[in-house]
Design a protein. Structure first.
Length: 277
C-alpha cells in the first residue's frame, strides 16, 4: 500500500492513512464507516469489527494493570457501566474521553472515536452457556414473578427501566466468612400508560399534515394524495383542535393509509359526534 501524508488523531498522535493506488484517495478505516453501511457489507462484518474492537480495548486495559473498579473510580462511573464500555455495550460520552485516555493510555484515538459512536448493543445467545451469566439469568427468572409482584405493589403497574439504570457489582462477607456477590440494579420505574386517544399527538400531527398538504384546506374539494380515488372535504373539529376528513376515501379508514395513518375507528367516532351536533 502507498502511504499517504501524515495525519494527526484527536490526541495529537501522528499516523498515516493508507491510500488506494488506483484512486489515490485514503481508504476509510472500518471504524470510520457508518454502522448502517458496515452492516450492509456482510452478515458477520459488523460482529467481527465489534469483536476486534473489544479485544483491543481489553488488551489496553490489561496493559494498564488497572481493574474495572479502578477505571470506574477515575471516570466517576459505576463499575458495570465502565465494563460495558470495554465490551462496546455502552457509549463513551465526550466528557469522559480525556479521563479514559488518562486512565488507560493504550486505547488508540481511533478506538476512542469508535467508543463515542452509538453502539450496536447485542449479545451472543451462547453467553447463557457461561455459568456465571446463566446463574444470574436463572436467579432473575426464578424470582421473576415475585419481583414483578413486589414492583406492582410498591410502584404500580409498570416495569423497571434497563436504560435509565445504575448497576453496580460488588461483594460482601457472609456470617460464616464467605465472600458473597452483591448486584445492585437501581432502575427508573416506568408505568404502563393508558392510551387516551385525545393525547395521541401523532394522530393530531397526521391530521394537521393532511390539512396543510391538501388543496381543500379552505373547504374546496381536493383529491386524496395517497390514492386519488375520491375527493376530500376537510372540516375543523373545534373541540379536538384538529382537522379531519368529512368525506374520506374508502382507504382513509384504514390505519395503514399512507396519508391518513391516524384516521381509524376512534377518529370516525369523534367525527360522528361533531356531525351529530
Amino acid at each position: 500500500q502507498v502511504q499517504g501524508p501524515p495525519r494527526r488523531c484527536a490526541y495529537g498522535q501522528p499516523g498515516r492513512a493508507p491510500l488506494n493506488p488506483a484512486r489515490s484517495k485514503p481508504l476509510p478505516e472500518m471504524a470510520e464507516v457508518p454502522p448502517a453501511k458496515r452492516a450492509r457489507t456482510g452478515g458477520s462484518v459488523a460482529a467481527d469489527e465489534k469483536a476486534a474492537l473489544v479485544a483491543r480495548l481489553l488488551a489496553a486495559k490489561d496493559a494498564s494493570g488497572k481493574t474495572f473498579d479502578e477505571i470506574a473510580k477515575a471516570l466517576g462511573l459505576t463499575n458495570a457501566y465502565t465494563a460495558n464500555l470495554f465490551f462496546n455495550q455502552a457509549q463513551l460520552k465526550p466528557d469522559r474521553v480525556d479521563m479514559l485516555k488518562a486512565a488507560v493510555p493504550g486505547i488508540s484515538c481511533e478506538d476512542l472515536a469508535a467508543m463515542q459512536r452509538a453502539p450496536m448493543r447485542s449479545f451472543d445467545p451462547a453467553i447463557l452457556q457461561e455459568p456465571a451469566v446463566y446463574r444470574t439469568y436463572e436467579a432473575i427468572t426464578h424470582y421473576g414473578e415475585a419481583i414483578k409482584a413486589l414492583i406492582n405493589e410498591q410502584c404500580g403497574d409498570g416495569i423497571m427501566s434497563a436504560i435509565d439504570i445504575f448497576m453496580d457489582v460488588g461483594t460482601t462477607t457472609g456470617t460464616h466468612g464467605e465472600k458473597r456477590v452483591v448486584i445492585t440494579m437501581n432502575g427508573k420505574f416506568l408505568p404502563h400508560t393508558q392510551q387516551v386517544a385525545a393525547d395521541n399527538t401523532a394522530a393530531r400531527a397526521a391530521l394537521l399534515r393532511l390539512r396543510a398538504g391538501s388543496a381543500s384546506a379552505t373547504g374546496s374539494p381536493g383529491p386524496c394524495r395517497c390514492h386519488g380515488r375520491r375527493a376530500l372535504r376537510l372540516v375543523r373539529l373545534p373541540a379536538a383542535g384538529v382537522v379531519g376528513s368529512q368525506d374520506p376515501c374508502r382507504f382513509a379508514r384504514r390505519a395503514s393509509c399512507c396519508v391518513h395513518p391516524a384516521i381509524g375507528a376512534a377518529f370516525q367516532a369523534r367525527l360522528s359526534d361533531v356531525q351529530a351536533k
